[in-house]
Design a protein around this ligand. Sequence first.
Ligand code: ATP
Ligand code: MN
Length: 476
Amino acid sequence: MSSKIKQLLTQKPEGQQVSVQGWVRTFRANRFIALNDGSTLANLQCVVDYENFDENLIRKITTGAAVKITGQYVESSGKGQASEIQVSELHLYGSADPETYPIQPKKHSFEFLREKAHLRVRTATFSAVMRVRAALSFAVHDFFRAEGFHYVHTPIITGSDAEGAGEMFRVSTIDPKNPPLNEEGNVNYKEDFFGKETHLTVSGQLEAETYAMGLGEVYTFGPTFRAENSNTTRHLAEFWMIEPEMAFYDLIDNMDLAEKFIKSVLRYVLVHCKEDLAFLDERFTKEEQSKPQAQRSAMGLLEKINFVVDNEFKRVSYTEAIDILRNSKPNKKKKFDYIIEEWGADLQSEHERFLVEKHFKTPVILFDYPAKIKAFYMRLNDDGKTVRAMDILFPGIGEIVGGSQREERLDILQERIKAMGIEEEELWWYLDLRKFGTAPHSGFGLGFERLVLFATGMGNIRDVIPFPRTPQNASF
Ligand code: ATP
Ligand code: MN
């Protein structure tokens, strides 16, 4: 059995015989192979005495080649590493022609690497990001399991288009060239696969609510789809969402859980991804230095993560936030793209980021939003115009969590559904929850990639998911 480089680097080099397998990052002076196997950020130096090997073989050991290396694991006399392998056997699995292999040992732009998404994980930055992503994903399950939550798998294909979270992708097997038509001449979806119109889900929340009303505390963590044409650095057409849903939680319990959850998973990567985060911290600092002073982050990446873990999130009502924004400099000087004039305005990302980055300088939980700008299922407050919603806003990101206490009163829920112009019949099963053993409950949705963005300090959401899906782009 060959060793993982990560594990080997923890061993004392005493001349023991070892094997490793991986991809060549660089091969310097026909002598020094920097080998990476993905187990860790570090490359392992493998020293080749090229006279002992076939010339043709040596020529094929180029950046990107896959090899198995056997030799003695010894202390390194060179600078930059404590240990190395003195290579006795060199097996080439597959070469990588330097003329055509695109990932060469030089700086590639992220734009370029997005077009090589199938190979970009072989760079230090992307392998670090993807290891942090994997660790965060584990931390999510770890947290909820420890809290007594049950993981439920909500459907990806949905027959209800009432979630109200945005545009949806249609799921259909109808032949677009020859669709069955109804009497009005429209496509007859009764003849489609499911006998009705179906779409990819924008959220697992409604189904998760049904399970919370029996299992108590549940969460979903799965792919979510939005056909919104927003070409931003924070939106994907396919992303992963974590949605806990808890019976008997009010909005305050909900905020407490969300804050505890975010801190817990970030703490997990601080402990378990030290090397990768140190590397990403350096990358982040370099990138910030290339920006104009005014746009630079005041903190480094590790500093930012520690800051979030160590400080209480500031809780502010929507109404207070509107007052702050209305009286803010960028609003008065008309620097915002959307000027805040009245209570009731929907907050744009520029406003969210002003609150977090300039005004409070800490993560913010905004709550009690106007009913008009929020979904039908959020619990109406006694003032009759705000709902028990809460959004968590993060520096550099804007909204990372959207949640609420759910409306558990049947009559009020029905009124809200009507007011929003949604077909009640669509939601019969959801309304049943309010007819049979209804109970106060709450939940939230956290966009996993936005969390990964924050934890890795990357600037574009397309660079924290293996194969990003965005408008005009579904390659790979
Ligand atoms: P935004 O205003 O940023 O578009 P939203 O209000 O549409 O977000 P919700 O519907 O509340 O978001 O979804 C819950 C969470 O899912 C958000 O807080 C965010 O973290 C994440 N999210 C929403 N849309 C996207 C997207 N297109 N790509 C990636 N993550 C998303
Ligand atoms: Mn959105």
